[in-house]
Design a protein around this ligand. Structure first.
Ligand code: PLP
Length: 463
């Protein structure tokens, strides 16, 4: 642990501004935690070889732009709203590929799935049409691939004919393609206040604004959705009603119907993200996109079920919208990686994807039980999925908790990465699928349980 000393050597402009810029970058990258106390003016001035007046001016400017708050008699603190902007920023400072770390930040394919993918890729190369698969295919997917997409979408409760089932390069491209084809630059998009960070990068790439809407234990609050649509600020809603990432929340059937009714009243469009929905056991209520097929898009992917690097996703679109979404996919990647689309089709046709999904559900239930025994039933939540959202005791700031967990060899994701609008949330998300086995999971969770019980040091810190 060391006292924060900004690196201002290479920064252009006045010295005070260089300090502010360095501070903003360190906050964004997770080096300076929300709530951390900054050094007193005199100390920092001495270390940077600048005047006390320069530091005072820098702190005043940082306060003006919302990076810090000054508390009379106590000092200057990094503002709660100035938490790291994204998980990617955080990861840039905290690389995870170090040996021995229990990584609970992302999905990892199981050993069985690795063997299955290897075998399937070999089978793709042995197909009689392998040479044709290597060529360009412009403007359309192979009908067989679309049929497989439709078959899997039906398994997830969204039955559509093949012409409404689009294959994409993973769930993320499905999201970008739908956003690009349903909204315009500058337009706002509604989402849950705790949402998948990929929607933030997608919205930022496309120059769309996100408006986070409040949720409760059943997911998006219908009244908030209705008010947002009525204000006419946005038409499109991005939502995860089945296994929200990060909270794991499941929206009940009645709330889904209320959301659909509101969307119909105000002519809203809905993009439902079902990437984690397959984990829901017993099966979730009917997807929103299936309740409102005229205005609902449903996206999913094989990334969590089989392996992320397959990069195969699917999107069910309303009637007549296939060409627009397909056009967006073509604009991004010209065509699909056919070899992967072929592998995915073979895996779906043979029933292997269904078997992987079932095996993952069994594993999720076993891992969920470990969370319940080490952190309690309330933390584990009612649904046995791989996502666990841990609200921290009042003494902990999420950014400090993440840093401390990392120091003890456990990687978890700060809630700030998932927040859109609203108040900061002092919580972390753990992805239970990533540890290699139950023993590794248990080792990681024991560290988390110890930290939850411990009182953090209040300190003036960076990593
Ligand atoms: C909710 C959600 N949607 C979409 C994605 C993106 O999926 P893919 O990895 O297939 O691009 C993820 C991946 O983490 C996710 O959790």
């Amino acid at each position: 642990m060391s006292i924060w000393t900004p690196d201002i050597a290479e920064r252009p402009g006045p010295l005070y501004q260089a300090i502010v810029d360095a501070m903003a970058e360190d906050i964004r990258r997770g080096r300076l935690a929300a709530g951390a106390k900054l050094p007193p003016h005199r100390d920092l001035a001495w270390r940077l070889k600048v005047t006390v007046g320069t530091v005072a001016r820098a702190y005043a400017e940082a306060e003006r732009v919302g990076l810090v708050t000054g508390q009379v008699g106590r000092g200057t603190f990094v503002s709660q709203r100035a938490a790291p902007a994204s998980l990617a920023d955080y990861m840039a400072v905290h690389p995870l590929d170090e040996a021995g770390v229990v990584d609970m930040t992302k999905n990892r394919p199981t050993a069985d799935n690795i063997a299955l993918v290897a075998e399937t890729l070999r089978a793709v190369t042995e197909r009689p049409d392998f040479a044709a698969l290597l060529g360009y295919r412009l403007g359309d997917e192979l009908p067989r691939h679309r049929a497989a997409a439709a078959a899997w979408l039906a398994e997830e409760g969204v039955p559509v004919p093949p012409e409404r089932a689009i294959v994409t390069v993973g769930g993320q491209q499905a999201m970008v393609a739908v956003l690009a084809s349903t909204t315009r630059p500058g337009e706002a998009i509604l989402c849950e206040q705790l949402t998948y960070p990929g929607i933030k990068t997608a919205a930022s790439l496309l120059d769309r604004r996100l408006i986070g809407l409040p949720t409760d234990k059943h997911g998006l609050i219908p009244e908030a959705y209705e008010a947002a649509l009525a204000s006419r600020e946005a038409r499109l809603l991005y939502i995860m009603p089945t296994v929200n990432n990060p909270t794991g929340v499941l929206m009940p059937a009645e709330r889904r119907r209320a959301i659909v009714e509101i969307a119909r009243r105000h002519d809203g469009l809905i993009v439902e993200d079902g990437v984690h929905a397959y984990l829901c056991e017993p099966p979730a209520p009917t997807p929103i996109a299936a309740l409102a097929p005229e205005r609902g898009y449903y996206l999913t992917a094989l990334s969590k079920i089989v392996a992320p690097a397959l990069r195969v996703g699917f999107v069910a679109v309303p009637e007549g919208q296939g060409a627009r979404v397909m056009g967006a996919v073509s604009a991004m990647t010209t065509m699909l990686p056919q070899l992967m689309a072929e592998a995915a089709a073979m895996l779906i046709e043979s029933g292997a994807v269904r078997r992987c999904a079932a095996a993952n559900r069994i594993e999720a239930a076993a891992r969920h039980a470990v969370v319940a025994s080490l952190l309690g039933r309330e933390v584990a939540g009612p649904l046995p999925t791989f996502l666990c959202f841990l609200k921290l005791p009042a003494a902990w700031r999420a950014s400090e908790f993440v840093t401390e967990a990392w120091r003890r060899g456990v990687a978890v994701s700060p809630a700030a990465a998932f927040v859109v609008g609203g108040r900061p949330v002092e919580a972390v998300r753990m992805n239970l699928s990533a540890p290699r086995d139950l023993a590794e999971l248990e080792r990681g969770l024991k560290v988390i349980a110890e930290l939850v019980a411990a009182v953090p040091e209040t300190c003036c810190l960076t990593v």
